[in-house]
Ligand binder design. Structure first.
Ligand code: F6R
Length: 613
């Protein structure tokens, strides 16, 4: 949800570095982009609607080369359409400051009215311009940039990460954080800021993470931070493990495809060194998950959004089935708007890839306020969610750049499986032998998943996509632990191909959705061997009987034989089977989107991390 960068150098030119940073952050938003650089006592701003390439071609004239200070922004529109005029950076009427912003200023209308009443003219529809105007007024009254930013933010309600440069000062940048992430890289010749370490690790792996309420001043080779109370704050640099290679696409056409194919390795990275084969148990290096703690809960309240919420639904099956703990799942965005009853014996467990999803963060904070222990399963160690939690487990999926989540989902299911086995062992629900057998399934799953992602299966799915990419719509059906997979299959397809797709529990189909079934409508049925196989098969037959086309994904041979199209998946433990059933659905969505000419890694209207409510 918008990416911001900034750089100030002792010598040289900031422009190419700003653009490189924005390229790394484009996953956060990509409907418009802009930069401002300070030079010769003035500032030059270039902004463009559309992708970063549009801005790059405007900058190709070289006019902004040579500046030593600058800020940049890639936008996911919240206030006002993605036009050039609404693109960041924004300035004040007097041209004293240039400012970029990620987040939302909740009281911007009130502030805007006040400023309009004083004769200020606004050019854009954004909430950000209010900040630029307020900072500009403070500068006009003689304040230093850092003080101008601080007094402006004191008047503001909302979530933001901002960066600003004053037009008459090419030696210092000021940035601030309240909510969305912001980190700094400070080296001898310069200082840099960005919304994500991905944009900074080419300078150094020693990064500084700002905390909520911090305002920082950056100069070449140095930085200073004041906290929310206005006190000087120590924010030492910490070593970040991030492989730049991991963030590249390698030989794959899209990040999404690369990330789908990384899943077998992700599974191994998430699980293998946490398995204690002797005890048939799980050893987490993260604190707060010892046996005593795992015995202390009488209930788990799972909270998340989107794909991570479907992972929560799978986790609820695992926690109840393996550990015998009652588990409920809620949309993080809804949780706050009922009257949740939690106690100190509740584990509130938020699942999030980014750890920055505003609704998930707010839900976990509320759960904590209501007395629950706040746990998180997350992919980003420095994220706000990890910081807000009492205890956390890292999913270790590595950077996920494709906007449609794939490997993060798999890593979340593996992590919740590990947690469920650990809790089952701690609570006496599983003995050592059962624990050992369950954990062995993880080791067996890796080659099965790799086999499923083979060239042959992919080619088969591509053929299916060729026959179905122009149908009227899709319905995805699954039962039990595969119902969330049906939801995820539908979400993947609609996100990246813009086709209408619905996910349903297979048994629910006859209560309404069956009315949609007709020739030209495709139903994807997840049908695995096991106690529900016959029931799913009869749902499949009901669709076929009404002329609907069926794609069957699963290990149940009779169901596969009944379908128009079949993708066979290997058998595995029922608690892990969603990992195998989701992989073909990810590839199906990918192949359909490809045929429909969609921008797979950057689907329209979406952004990778949703830091607004
Ligand atoms: C779907 C997708 C979203 C996210 C959701 C939560 O492909 O990526 O539905 O799953 O926005 O994001 P995180 O996991 O970062 O909290």
């Amino acid at each position: 949800m918008c990416g911001i960068v900034g750089a100030v150098l002792r010598e040289g030119s900031v422009l190419e570095g700003l653009l490189e940073g924005l390229r790394a952050l484009e996953y956060r938003g990509y409907d418009s982009a802009g930069v401002a650089v300070g030079a010769d006592g003035g500032v030059s701003i270039r902004r463009q609607a559309g992708r970063l390439e549009a801005l790059e071609s405007v900058l190709a004239d070289g006019a902004l080369e040579g500046a030593r200070i600058g800020i940049g922004h890639t936008r996911w529109a919240t206030h006002g359409p993605p036009t050039e005029i609404n693109a960041h950076p924004h300035t004040d009427g007097g041209g004293r400051v240039a400012l970029v912003h990620n987040g939302i200023i909740e009281n911007y209308l009130e502030l805007r009215e006040e400023l309009c009443g004083q004769g200020v003219e606004f050019l854009s529809a954004t909430d950000t311009e209010v900040l630029a105007q307020l900072v500009g007024r403070e500068l006009a009254a003689g304040a230093a940039l850092v003080d101008a930013v601080r007094s402006t933010l004191a008047r503001v309600r909302g979530y933001y990460a901002i960066a600003a440069l004053a037009i008459d000062d090419d030696r210092a940048l000021v940035c601030a954080r309240q909510g969305p992430p912001l980190c700094l890289a400070v080296v001898a010749g310069g200082a840099f800021l960005a919304s994500d370490p991905l944009a900074l690790v080419r300078h150094t792996h020693e990064l500084v993470f700002l905390e909520d309420g911090d305002v920082a001043t950056l100069s070449p080779g140095s930085y200073a931070v004041v906290d929310a109370a206005g006190e000087k704050a120590e924010r030492p640099a910490v070593e970040v493990e991030l492989d730049e290679e991991q963030a590249g696409r390698g030989a794959f056409a899209h990040f999404m495809l690369k990330e789908i194919h990384e899943q077998p390795d992700v599974l191994a990275r998430t699980a293998f060194d946490r398995i204690d084969e002797v005890e048939g148990d799980v050893r987490f290096t993260e604190e707060g998950w010892d046996a005593e703690c795992l015995r202390s809960f009488d209930r788990v309240q799972l909270l998340a959004c989107g794909t991570a919420r479907y992972a929560c639904q799978v986790a609820a099956f695992q926690l109840e089935g393996l550990a015998g703990i009652p588990a409920d799942v809620d949309y993080a965005s809804e949780f706050r708007y009922r009257s949740p009853r939690l106690s100190e014996r509740t584990l509130a467990l938020a699942i999030s890839q980014s750890g920055e999803t505003a609704d998930t963060l707010a839900a976990l904070r509320l759960a904590r306020e209501l007395g629950a222990r706040a746990g998180a399963i997350c992919n980003v160690p420095e994220s706000s969610l990890v910081r807000a939690a009492d205890c956390f487990l890292m999913t270790r999926a590595g950077p996920e750049i494709g906007v449609a989540s794939t490997k993060a989902f798999v890593s979340q299911i593996v992590t919740s499986y590990l947690l469920s086995v650990a809790a089952g062992r701690a609570r006496g629900n599983l003995d050592a032998g059962e624990g050992r057998a369950l954990l062995e399934e993880l080791r067996l799953l890796r080659p099965r998943l790799a086999q499923l992602l083979s060239r042959e299966t992919h080619a088969r799915i591509a053929e299916i996509a060729e026959r179905h990419h122009e149908v009227k719509g899709f319905m995805f059906l699954g039962r039990g632990i595969h119902y969330p997979v049906a939801l995820e299959g539908a979400l993947k397809l609609k996100e990246i191909s813009y086709m209408h797709a619905e996910g349903y529990p297979a048994g629910e189909m006859k209560h309404g959705p069956i009315a949609l079934v007709e020739p030209g409508m495709t139903t994807v049925v997840i049908a695995n061997k096991g106690p529900l196989a016959e029931k799913v098969r009869s749902n499949l037959e009901q669709v076929r009987a009404r002329g609907g086309q069926v794609i069957c994904v699963g290990s149940d041979a009779p169901s596969l034989a009944l379908a128009d199209e079949a993708v066979e998946i290997p058998e595995t433990s029922p608690w892990l089977a969603p990992i195998l059933s989701v992989a073909p659905l990810q590839l199906l969505a990918y192949e359909i989107a490809l045929r429909r000419g969609c921008d797979i890694d950057k689907p329209r209207n979406l952004a990778k991390s949703v830091t607004v409510e």
